[in-house]
Design a protein around this ligand. Structure first.
Ligand code: RFL
Ligand code: PHB
Length: 388
């Protein structure tokens, strides 16, 4: 088989790039290790920056998102029983959009199918060859071995994928920070407790109230890395969540059976560079943020924006400059999202080895954010998304 761009990974990054390129007449093949249903079963992000929304429109997949998503003009920060609102609209003129990653991915799969896009599911043993010369990819599927010759390979295969590992250790520099806790997430068919997200810090640890739609809520509590979702009954989860929210919110919380419950470890990670020869990395394959700032999927989208424009310029205008600049441009924005996610994680979580001094620093940081308009503007600018 021959294609122009071979894409490893059929998560949101790979699908969005494939869909955008197809609309410009550039041919792609997407190789996905799992099935479509498996990918759609992963409950992950819920908050989209307007840059992501614009890319969905450019990809021709904005209709359902426009009809079903919610615009959020602000978010609430709570600490104990105290709460304050950060108004994104007033501070930046912009907003974020609530629309689940599951729905984004479903819309992209539907669009790829409607356009006859080539997505190969259940691929095994994907290997990228000759990335610095004329690349090709080999893989196993349907009981046979296959080969795709291409101009470029794009690694959109997430944190545990093969693409990043293809880059030699002598070329690759990795930066990592693991946090000493995870997030236990619950999805429930209950109305959201508030019309904005609530990021809450308490003596018992962090909690987050988020949502997917008017009757689908997503809640998280900071938990131990040793916990397993089976350790937490629904009743224990709701009790713990209530203890970590301001009383007036906890009293209003509508609980119900969980329809999904999972634990995610928190990590900051960046690999440099994001290009090696004719192999490019995008999204979680190249970088991870703790979910506190809602930046993971959004940072994947900015990578796709830069790479898509670089590839279009190369194929349509015979100009490789966008591709030459890809790694540096993507990383410049990635590091700012890393900083914001790291800062927000430090601001709101309880750390096992936290000293009395550390706690005072957190409290002072929060008080400054509550009282200072400039600090709120900086928060809002980062949360709605820095410009591409
Ligand atoms: P994905 O989604 O991991 O997709 C990678 C795909 O590659 C496949 N794959 C392979 N395919 C072929 N061969 C191989 N060898 C392969 N290895 C892997 C995988 O099966 C998979 O389908 O990466 P992508 O596309 O870069 O997308 C990144 C996002 O999924 C991620 O950044 C976000 O979910 C992070 N995130 C959030 N981001 C936000 O912007 N806003 C949020 O509100 C937000 N909340 C979250 C989050 C992540 C969370 N977890 C579980 C880590 C909340 C949570 C709890
Ligand atoms: C979510 O809705 O899953 C969500 C929202 C905001 C975050 C992280 C996750 O910061």
């Amino acid at each position: 088989m021959r294609t122009q761009v071979a894409i490893i990974g059929g998560g949101p990054s790979g699908l969005l790039l494939s869909q955008l390129l197809h609309r410009k007449g550039i041919d792609t093949v997407v190789l996905e290790r799992k099935t479509r249903d498996y990918v759609l079963g992963r409950i992950r992000a819920g908050i989209l920056e307007t840059g992501f929304v614009d890319l969905m429109h450019e990809a021709g997949v904005g209709a359902r998102m426009d009809a079903e998503s919610f615009v959020h003009d602000g978010a609430v920060i709570a600490c104990g029983n105290a709460m304050f609102d950060i108004n994104f609209k007033r501070r930046t003129g912009s907003h974020v959009v609530v629309y689940g990653q599951t729905e984004v991915t479903r819309d992209l799969y539907d669009a790829r199918e409607a356009m006859g896009g080539n997505i190969v599911f259940n691929t095994e043993n994907v290997v990228i060859h000759d990335a610095t010369a004329t690349p090709y990819v080999t893989y196993d599927a349907d009981g046979g071995s296959h080969r795709i010759d291409c101009d470029y390979v794009v690694g959109c295969d997430g944190f545990h994928g093969v693409s990043r590992q293809t880059i030699p250790r002598t070329v690759r520099r990795e930066y990592e920070k693991a946090y000493p806790f995870g997030w236990l997430g619950v999805l429930s068919e209950t109305p959201p407790v508030h019309d904005e997200l609530i990021y809450s810090c308490s003596d018992r640890g962090f909690a987050l109230c988020s949502m997917r739609n008017a009757n689908l809520s997503r809640y998280y509590v900071q938990c131990s890395l040793d916990d397993s979702p089976d350790d937490w009954s629904d009743a224990q989860f709701w009790d713990e969540l209530k203890r970590r929210l301001p009383e007036e919110i906890a009293e209003r919380l509508v609980t119900g059976p969980s329809i999904e419950k999972s634990i995610a470890p928190l990590r900051s990670f960046v690999t440099e560079p994001m290009r090696w020869g004719n192999l490019f990395l995008c999204g979680d394959a190249a970088h991870i943020v703790p979910p506190t700032g809602a930046k993971g999927l959004n940072t994947a989208a900015s990578d796709i924006h830069y790479l898509y424009n670089g590839l279009v310029r190369f194929y349509l205008d015979d100009d490789a400059q966008g591709l030459e600049e890809y790694s540096a441009k993507a990383l410049a924005r990635v590091w700012k999202a890393e900083r914001f996610s790291w800062w927000m994680t430090n601001l709101l979580h309880r750390f096992p080895d936290q000293t009395a001094f550390d706690l005072k620093m957190q409290q002072a940081d929060l008080a400054f954010l509550r009282e200072n308009e400039a600090a709120q503007q900086v928060f809002a600018q980062n949360y709605v998304g820095l410009p591409y």
